[in-house]
Design a protein. Sequence first.
Lengths: 118, 109
Amino acid sequence: GAVVSQHPSWVICKSGTSVKIECRSLDFQATTMFWYRQFPKQSLMLMATSNEGSKATYEQGVEKDKFLINHASLTLSTLTVTSAHPEDSSFYICSARPLAGALGETQYFGPGTRLLVL
Amino acid sequence: LAKTTQPISMDSYEGQEVNITCSHNNIATNDYITWYQQFPSQGPRFIIQGYKTKVTNEVASLFIPADRKSSTLSLPRVSLSDTAVYYCLVGSGNTPLVFGKGTRLSVIA
């Protein structure tokens, strides 16, 4: 149990285009999902907290108009990188925490999405 | 700021037991301690979680002293495939996990 998927696993796009990344909890429901970004040889950096049915909470320095987050259901959150530029190239990872009482106090991570902007 | 401090790197030979200690001096009463393993270009994989004393599962043990200001992840008889970055995190509820730099474990044949 506690499987989180991401789609696509990798994407290459031209500068100026938008890219949507999906994060799904496959066998549990999650009111809260988190989005991280990881650059080579570095640790994961929290970008935003995605809450089902409400606006996402962004970390300081993360542009909410550039990284659009939608959490439409208890099993799906999406991250859209708008007008992507080469500096947005990174490894994007989501995580989900099961509803209270299920599967412990644990967050489960997706496999990540590699974005390359040319 | 990360709430935890770990050694940056460790080396071990195959078959040895590896212990990675993490400091979390400001752990809150409601916080759990969770360890993750990450391979290159993959998301972190849950290893083990505990609140106090000792927890053991099929892959690792987690030792937590009474004051909970530190914890030790124990990997028995490591193999080459255990080469990865190991992260220790503390938190609870729906608060996001803040990653530190982790410990890069290299297992040598």
